[in-house]
Design a protein around this ligand. Structure first.
Ligand SMILES: [Fe+2]
Length: 261
């Protein structure tokens, strides 16, 4: 038994999560990676930190990144071939889907009405609703009116919602009524791993730990954008509080099914 424990202790920090479900490594489609080489370098670091699998989630954010679902799927296909042809000796995680991080704001209704919301699913077919899990984000700058209406409407249409990085919105804290309401409505929350290491701000770091203590967090994501984020991930992987947190808490990352719908 002790050998078994010793063996597990040597696993990289994020191995228990298995899957990263939030990153921006499809080159040149948003503010993430700028090249194939940069993506490969970031992915190699993610693998060293313990991720076996990654899901790409480019921004769908009108008008800043007005991506189209069909174009993104096509680029993803080409990108997978380029990665295979160029990874060389590098060990990298498997890429198993491209979906998106959809910002609720201008243009969101259009994505919804034209059937462009890309989602993932739980691997257990009995879990989750009809249209799959949709990763959404809100504006980091201002609390827009009607967020609750949009979330409610999406749920009524058959989507499960994952709210990306609730700790990063300056207008929410752990006593916020709207966040409480979302939890009551069954909205999943995803914390950015780098928030736990203080990468964005002290406030985001504090809220990230509080929300996990509240039992509010089902997913952890890297929100990787580029090599600077990858260095920060490596730094986070040595953070004792984060290591402990991953030993004590289970997250849903590993229960996502392969592929998007
Ligand atoms: Fe993101």
């Amino acid at each position: 038994m002790f050998d078994f424990l010793k063996k597990n202790k040597t696993l990289p920090t994020f191995a228990p999560l298995v899957t990263d479900m939030h990153c921006h490594l499809l080159p040149l489609v948003d503010d993430g990676s700028k090249s194939l080489e940069e993506s490969l370098e970031v992915m190699a670091t993610m693998k060293q930190c313990g991720f076996e699998e990654i899901r790409l989630t480019p921004h769908f954010n009108y008008p800043r990144f007005p991506n189209k679902a069909d174009d993104i799927k096509e680029r993803y296909k080409n990108f997978c071939s380029e990665v295979e042809a160029n990874k060389g000796e590098r060990q990298i995680p498997r890429m198993t889907s491209v979906t998106g991080e959809f910002q609720v704001g201008d243009g969101f209704a259009e994505y919804m009405e034209s059937g462009q919301l890309l989602t993932y699913r739980f691997s257990d077919p009995k879990r989750g609703s009809e249209k799959g899990l949709l990763l959404i984000e809100f504006s980091l700058h201002q609390k827009l009116m009607g967020l609750e209406d949009t979330v409610f409407k999406l749920q009524m249409e058959g989507y499960d919602i994952i709210l990306a990085h609730p700790e990063r919105y300056p207008y929410f804290d752990s006593r916020d009524k709207l966040l409480e309401q979302f939890k009551e409505q069954g909205v999943y929350f995803q914390i950015n791993i780098l928030s736990l290491d203080g990468f964005y701000s002290d406030a985001a770091q504090k809220k990230a730990f509080e929300y996990i203590e509240n039992g509010w967090i089902e997913f952890l994501g890297t929100d990787m954008h580029n090599v600077m984020y990858a260095q920060a991930l490596r730094h986070a992987s040595a953070n004792k509080k984060i290591i402990k947190l991953l030993e004590k808490n289970e997250f849903e990352n590993r229960h996502l099914a392969v592929g998007q719908y």
